[in-house]
Design a protein around this ligand. Structure first.
Ligand code: ADP
Ligand code: MG
Length: 221
């Protein structure tokens, strides 16, 4: 599902240059849940952004679901983000004026999914994340854990092949984070999605199929 080869990314140049990633190579098989683990500043977000096409590498290639992401133009990257890859962020990233149900439906609107089908899929996902009773509430009326569950439902709405989650439990207390992680793990199984998740949460690591350790921009053996 993901094949990264020699990925490098440097921010700035000269004496100010920061080598955020240095020749990183790895594979993720379809249906696998892989945790990317490393301390703050080790390059986790940079790695996820290159895989998801939010940023471009200075060197190396990354192929996602058969598409060479590093070779796509802006239209191609937009299509990738609309059709194959979705994101869950630490800060949830929900639209505050939309209800939970409307937030979950956003990716389906972008794909012009017919209304009836969209409403059915939104209802199913809100059920799966245990928020059926909260469909009409706005993010500000929900707890952090509930907001992250909405964000996970939204990320799964358009049936992506790959889900990228950047410290999804970072803003949650330990118990809530654990519940969100277990939910994510269960959804990975039921939806057959591949997941790459950046974390330093030991519980999350134990739920992953495999852990990639990153330090100072390099993967550790
Ligand atoms: P992590 O997600 O593991 O905390 P990041 O990928 O965000 O790590 O950052 C890796 C390194 O790159 C850090 O030293 C960080 O300060 C630097 N960095 C990240 N983004 C930028 C940027 N836009 N401009 C300059 N430096 C950056
Ligand atoms: Mg980060």
């Amino acid at each position: 599902m993901v094949r990264a080869r020699g990925l490098s990314r440097t921010y700035g140049d000269g004496a100010q240059a920061v080598h955020a990633l240095r020749e990183v190579s790895f594979d993720v098989a379809p249906g696998e849940m892989v945790a990317v683990v490393g301390r703050s500043g080790s390059g986790k977000t940079t790695l996820l952004n290159l895989v998801g096409g939010l940023d471009r590498p200075d060197a190396g290639t990354v192929v996602v679901d058969g598409t060479d992401v590093s070779a796509l133009d802006d239209d191609g990257l937009s299509r990738l983000r609309r059709e194959s890859v979705s994101y869950v962020f630490q800060t949830f990233g929900l639209l505050p004026v939309l209800t939970a149900a409307e937030n979950v439906g956003v990716p389906l609107r972008m794909r012009r999914t017919p209304v009836a089908e969209r409403e059915q899929r939104v209802a199913l996902l809100l059920d799966l994340v245990g928020l059926r009773e909260h469909a009409g509430q706005r993010p500000g009326e929900l707890s952090g854990g509930q907001q992250q569950r909405v964000a996970i439902a939204r990320a799964l709405a358009a049936s992506p092949r790959l889900l990228l989650a950047d410290e999804p439990t970072g803003e949650l207390d330990a118990d809530t984070g654990r519940a969100v992680m277990a939910l994510l793990r269960a959804l990975v199984e039921s939806e057959g999605v591949t997941v790459l998740v950046a974390t330093h949460d030991p519980v999350m690591m134990s739920l992953a199929d495999r852990v990639l350790r990153i330090g100072d921009g390099r993967l550790q053996p």
